[in-house]
Design a protein around this ligand. Structure first.
Ligand code: NAD
Length: 351
């Protein structure tokens, strides 16, 4: 069993830990936190061994009644691989510590691409991370765009991507970001930094992006216009995307008209924390006119990168190739939301 340490147990770290724990070929050897807050309580309740991010915080954990097995230095030494899910910029500070310990590590989207052997999206470039020591799982928005571009490029060729990203103001626990009542061009400069980030996965892709931030915690929303090299019908594109395991084509019959209902659907389906690991593409929005594809997709910022972290672990350690890894991850987490079209396959229990 591969021993995976989770350094940084917040929004992303706690979800990665649960996803790793659900896999048949890896286990969580410990999680490291900076402070003894409700997250530490949750980690202990889930049975994870707790480490303190810093030596000078060990006493704070002990005073709050937590057993700590050591510092993140100890966790790094005991892990076969570390997933670093610390706040943006701390991963860069941690990078030399992983190197000193000889422990491969995965960094997250806020860290620079220059710190790693490759940026990563399972569908698009799994092979680039095979045998790599340092990998960056790209941001939630870049993950969402990469999952879409990959099959479109394979099937039709992509001339140009134009995306407007309507971004959530903060995650539900980020009280410091609000309350807000505003719409911000973010960044004000155009194009935004998101396009160059997608280029860390698709170096030759022509892409321009613009960003806005709005007062919601639920999800991001992407408005996309993609120039294709050939001219499929809207129905063909819809079928293509429906075949993708990490794209949920939102069926008209579900009557889902916004991100609130998407999250409610996830809760109704018993998803942990109401997570939506898939891109949620509105089927009705898929429209091709003269080789130009238009669509809306919603991205759950807290969870779409979680299966990608699991697949990055397998790519780096050679536990499985792309298709096998994605299939194991999908199966173990329960990825793949049936829509209204598949409803006829679900039989009602006898009264
Ligand atoms: P977060 O603030 O929710 O969690 C970070 C955790 O790290 C906290 O528990 C904090 O106590 C802990 N921490 C702080 N300093 C530490 C240290 N020195 N050592 C160990 N732990 C430390 O942050 P997050 O939202 O989970 O983001 C983590 C990374 O994931 C960032 O790079 C972010 O850009 C990326 N990411 C976030 C999202 C999102 O929407 N939240 C989506 C995709 C990627």
């Amino acid at each position: 069993m591969l021993q995976v340490g989770i350094n940084g147990y917040g929004t992303i770290g706690k979800r990665v830990a649960d996803a790793v724990a659900a896999q048949p070929d890896m286990e969580v050897c410990g999680v490291s936190k900076a402070s003894p807050d409700f997250g530490a309580d949750g980690a202990v309740r889930r049975g994870y061994t707790l480490y303190s991010a810093r030596e000078d915080r060990v006493s704070a954990f002990r005073e709050a009644g937590y057993e700590v097995a050591g510092t993140s230095e100890d966790l790094i030494a005991e892990s076969d691989l570390v997933v670093d899910a610390t706040p943006g910029g701390i991963g860069a500070e941690n990078r030399p510590r992983y190197e000193a310990a000889g422990t491969p590590a995965i960094l997250q989207g806020k860290e620079s691409d220059s710190l790693v052997d490759t940026s990563f999206n399972a569908r698009a470039n799994f092979e680039d991370a095979e045998g790599a020591e340092y990998v960056r799982v790209v941001s939630c928005n870049t993950t969402g765009i990469s999952r879409l571009v990959s099959p479109l490029e394979e099937a039709y060729g992509v001339e140009k991507v134009r995306a407007t990203l309507v971004r959530r103001g903060g995650d539900p626990d980020q009280t410091g970001r609000g309350p807000i009542n505003d719409i911000l061009p973010d960044p004000i400069t155009v194009p935004s930094h998101h396009g160059p980030d997608v280029n860390t996965i698709f170096p030759d892709l022509s892409i321009d992006t613009m960003g806005l931030t709005v007062p919601t915690t639920l999800m991001h929303m992407h408005s996309l216009n993609i120039e294709l090299e050939s001219d499929p019908t809207s129905a063909e594109v819809r079928e293509l995307l429906a075949e993708e395991s990490r794209v949920f084509v939102v069926d008209d019959g579900l009557a889902i008209d916004g991100t609130g209902k998407l999250r409610e659907l996830a809760r109704d389906r018993g998803r942990p924390r109401g997570d939506l690991w898939e891109n949620c593409v509105w089927g009705e929005s898929i429209n091709v006119q003269d080789s130009e594809l238009y669509l809306f997709q919603a991205i759950h910022q807290e969870s779409d990168v979680i299966p990608e972290n699991v697949d990055a672990i397998r790519a780096m350690t050679g536990l499985a190739g792309r298709d096998e890894s994605m299939a194991i991850t999908n199966e173990s987490l329960g990825i793949g939301l049936p829509g209204a079209r598949e409803r006829s396959a679900i039989t009602s229990p006898a009264p």
